[in-house]
Design a protein around this ligand. Structure first.
Ligand SMILES: Cc1ncc(C[n+]2csc(CCOP(=O)(O)OP(=O)(O)O)c2C)c(N)n1
Length: 617
């Protein structure tokens, strides 16, 4: 048998028998487990779409036909089948292949994705442009049931159903988001999946397909007939029909024959089509089948046992946040926790178990979560929305209009703030200070270590308005930041330079100060702590004490803490150097590699400060 790297994909798929494609699927699964066990990555979702991806590349003529993968974390099989098998040793590594679709990586990647629920909108836009340009090609969006809990997907369904545009939505339904899916749509899909008609559909499809020639009107009509019979026998299936889609399914997403036959027949139907495909997350690898959430996104692991390798060396910020919230909720029954499909990821798993009635997982619906929290706050509750920095971007307007304008006491636990590592461009949390800083009434806090995070959570509860606490991915720092929160904290004064450090950049900033002092430059360090409202008094005092203020933050420079500080000091004759992420999208890599490349590790910062001082003298 050929190695995966020896095929010419996708062309070689075109002549394969069903048996060959089944064997290929087996081979792909082995390959995925082997490779991802070494690099880490999104394993379970990819194992679930092996046959579906094989069938899609068999039936559609990519790259002319466009496949748009929602989120894009499940595109490893697509990457294997579009000539990238030999790049898997570099998956998610610095300078290596991305874990998400990247247009610059391959002509088969149509759109850069990473945030969920956008695929139907993208496909609809491409289909509209195709029609305007008078082109002929197919467009298919592949969206998971988890991603179908996101509002944008509904805006797209509403629009597409009415547009009569020729496009296909493949609903990859595995009953799971990262965790088990929640909401009424998933409940509806679950009914469809378990319907007896599911089996019937497969049988009828098989019989009919056996009787009709390859593709053509007869096949299409045959399929529509089956669909109608099933649909009317099972009214639930009519939901998508009433939205303007021709609904087919549910079909077995691990049966290549059924998949290819169905796709062949629907691909030339006119108007929007929805094919409901049932898959199993983690399929074919027992450890992932048994624990799909753990293998949704995994670090390196031992493939024989599934056990994680190189375990992290301590408690994460997410865990500290979740535990502290549980503890605070014991004495404050107004505290409620909100999550947008990320309970475990944000450390709220324990809270959810302890206080199920006070936990609200609203689905992948960050905008809704923000306004939902605002609604609860009007009734005297203390909603805490724990959310990754990058995903809170989805809730910007709601933060402005529904929370801050009304000065409601919603707390945002902004997890994964700063650079996140291997997920790369779409996932780095480096914009939140900028997108929150200019909103009136918002308080922004940035802890430098675990103690400070806990104290800031207590502090946030004492405020009458909205408050954001931003903390990074990964293991906590222990810097003994235990003094009361009431502004910035000057740790060490310096006559040549004082570094205003934001959040967990403190450890690096202290290192820098030490290195500068060794070089004979008198350097001090201030832990900024409360980013908004900015501690203007202390900042001005600091500026008087020293010749240069340096700000260091794990956020883009543009609109960040440093620029705010510079604006405050603009009337004073003060030199200020702002360090943070530049005005560009930052690729994937370890945080250490990225800090190094962009000059934000201790050595680089020291050098940059020395250069600056040298140029000024
Ligand atoms: C806006 C946004 N919020 C949260 C996430 C994190 N996230 C990545 S995949 C995923 C679950 C997606 O579930 P589904 O679409 O069913 O795909 P599956 O992994 O089950 O195949 C979530 C919540 C995201 N990518 N984008």
């Amino acid at each position: 048998m050929k190695k995966l790297t020896e095929y010419t994909f996708p062309q070689d798929l075109k002549n394969m028998s069903i048996k060959d494609m089944e064997l290929l699927s087996y081979q792909i699964r082995e390959f995925l487990v082997d490779k991802v066990s070494k690099t880490g990555g999104h394993l379970a979702s990819n194992l679930g779409v092996v046959e579906l991806t094989v069938a899609l590349h068999r039936v559609f003529d990519t790259p002319e036909d466009k496949l748009i993968w929602d989120v894009g974390h499940q595109t490893y099989v697509h990457k294997i089948l579009t000539g990238r098998a030999d790049e898997f040793t570099t998956l998610r590594q610095f300078g290596g292949m991305s874990g998400f679709p990247k247009v610059k990586e391959s002509p088969y990647d149509v759109f850069d994705t990473g945030h969920s629920s956008t695929s139907i909108s993208i496909a609809a836009g491409i289909a509209a442009a195709r029609d305007l340009a008078g082109e002929k090609h197919h467009v298919a969006a592949i969206i998971g049931d988890g991603s179908l809990t996101g509002g944008i997907a509904y805006e797209a369904l509403n629009n597409v159903g009415d547009s009569h545009s020729d496009m296909i939505v493949i609903l990859n339904d595995n009953g799971m988001s990262i965790e088990p899916n929640t909401g009424s749509m998933p409940a509806h899909l679950s009914k469809l999946r378990s319907s007896e008609k599911y089996a019937d559909f497969k049988k009828k499809l098989k019989n009919t397909v056996g009787r009709i020639p390859a593709v053509g009107d007869a096949a299409v009509n045959g399929l529509i007939h089956i669909r109608d019979t099933v649909k009317y026998a099972m009214l639930e299936g009519a939901l998508f029909e009433s939205l303007g889609f021709k609904y087919f399914g549910p079909i077995d997403g691990h049966n290549i024959e059924e998949l290819t036959e169905t796709l062949e027949m629907v691909k030339d139907l006119s108007g929007p089509v929805l094919v409901h495909v049932v898959t199993q997350k983690g399929k074919g690898y027992k450890n992932a089948e048994n624990n799909p959430s753990k293998f949704h996104g995994t670090g390196p692991f031992d493939p024989s046992t599934g056990a994680a390798l190189g375990k992290s060396k301590g408690e994460s910020y997410s865990a500290v946040f979740g535990n502290k919230l549980s503890e605070m909720a014991e004495t404050n029954d107004k505290i409620v926790a909100i999550s947008a499909a990320m309970l475990d990821g944000t450390g709220l798993g324990g809270f959810a178990k302890k206080y199920p009635d006070r936990t609200f997982d609203v689905g992948i619906a960050e905008g809704h979560a923000v306004t939902f929290a605002a609604g609860m706050a009007t009734k005297g509750f203390r909603p805490v929305f724990a959310v990754y920095s990058t995903f809170l971007q989805r809730g910007y307007d709601q933060i402005v209009e529904d929370v801050c304008l009304q000065n409601l006491p919603v707390i945002f636990g902004i997890d994964r703030a700063g650079i996140v590592g291997a997920d790369g461009e779409t996932h780095h949390g480096i914009f939140d200070i900028s997108y929150l800083n200019h909103i009136p009434n918002m308080t922004i806090l940035a802890p430098a270590d675990a103690d400070e995070l806990e104290m800031m959570m207590e502090y946030a509860m004492t405020l009458d308005g909205p408050c954001s606490i931003r903390y990074p991915r990964g293991v906590v720092h222990k810097l003994n930041m235990t003094s009361e929160i009431n502004g910035s904290l000057t740790l060490k004064e310096g006559t040549d330079v004082e570094i205003w450090s934001v959040g967990t950049m403190l450890e690096t900033s202290l290192n820098v100060a030490e290195k500068l002092n060794e070089k004979g430059i008198s350097a001090g360090v201030v832990n900024a702590r409360i980013l908004k409202p900015l501690d203007i008094n202390e900042l001005k005092k600091s500026a008087e004490r020293t010749k240069l203020i340096v700000t260091v933050e794990d956020n883009v420079i543009s609109g960040g803490f440093g620029q705010e500080a510079a604006a405050v000091l603009s009337d004073d004759d003060v030199r200020i150097l702002n360090l943070g992420w530049p005005d560009t999208f930052i690729e994937h890599g370890t945080t250490a590699e990225l800090y190094d490349k962009f000059g934000l590790d201790a050595d680089s910062i020291t050098e940059r400060i020395c250069d600056y001082i040298e140029k000024q003298t």
